[in-house]
Design a binder for this molecule. Structure first.
Ligand code: AMP
Length: 215
């Protein structure tokens, strides 16, 4: 099983759900840049203040700010235990420094999975998406419901819906992702690390294809 993994794909393509299962079944750390950014916004930190408006509008937070945050994470991350990066990198100018950081630690990315999908699927999915404000775990009312309706299985607190999951913002986030997806996919394809998985598959099938690509 390859242990340092990047999941790519637009919001709602199922990256978060796959990452949660990789954590549960293989103990791989799940790092979501979106979740880390939302925590910074809640804390009101300097990074959070710089990121807040971009998150609200569904636009990409500038590379410099994201790299500062992820660079901090990477400094102390136990990279040899393995990890799943979800939402980072989003641009080529994030992917290249990530490769350099990991090269310095002799821990290169081993596999990149791209969840490919169309806008309609994303809109259908995101309207049913709820997440835990404490641990960031993502649920879906149909495909990944919590054991008790409206409550996080792990933290037993009420789930919330993200402000940037409105239809208008989701459309915009999808378009932005489209713009950056091709160069990013080409970059990892050239490294021989890319596998494309159809995001329209069921969660079980999507997970199975992902695990097959990692073995
Ligand atoms: P996500 O939870 O991955 O859908 O991210 C939510 C929001 O956080 C995005 O719409 C961006 O505003 C911001 N964001 C997360 N990751 C990144 C990244 N790698 N680069 C720039 N902005 C990001």
């Amino acid at each position: 099983m390859k242990r340092r993994i990047i999941l790519l794909g637009p919001p709602g393509s199922g990256k978060g759900t796959v990452a949660t299962r990789l954590l549960q079944e293989f103990g791989l750390n799940h790092i979501s840049s979106g979740h880390l950014l939302r925590l910074e916004v809640e804390k009101g930190s300097a990074i959070g203040q710089r990121a807040r408006l971009f998150l609200e509008k569904g636009e990409l937070v500038p590379d410099r700010t994201v790299l500062q945050l992820m660079g901090q994470w990477l400094k102390s991350a136990p990279v040899n235990d393995g990890f799943v990066l979800d939402g980072f990198p989003r641009t080529l100018s994030q992917a290249k420094p990530l490769d350099q950081w990991l090269a310095m630690r002799n821990a290169p990315i081993q596999a990149v999975i791209l969840y490919d999908c169309v806008l309609k699927l994303i809109l259908d999915r995101i309207t049913g998406r709820w997440s835990c404000p404490k641990c960031g775990r993502v649920y879906h009312i149909y495909s990944a419901p919590p054991k008790v309706a409206g409550m996080c299985d792990d933290c037993s607190i009420a789930l919330t819906q993200r402000a940037d999951d409105s239809e208008a913002v989701v459309r915009k986030r999808f378009e932005i992702d489209r713009r950056h997806a091709k160069p990013l996919a080409d970059y990892y394809e050239q490294q021989g690390k890319l596998t494309v998985v159809d995001a329209a598959l069921s969660p079980d099938e999507r997970f199975a294809k992902t695990v097959a690509a990692l073995n």
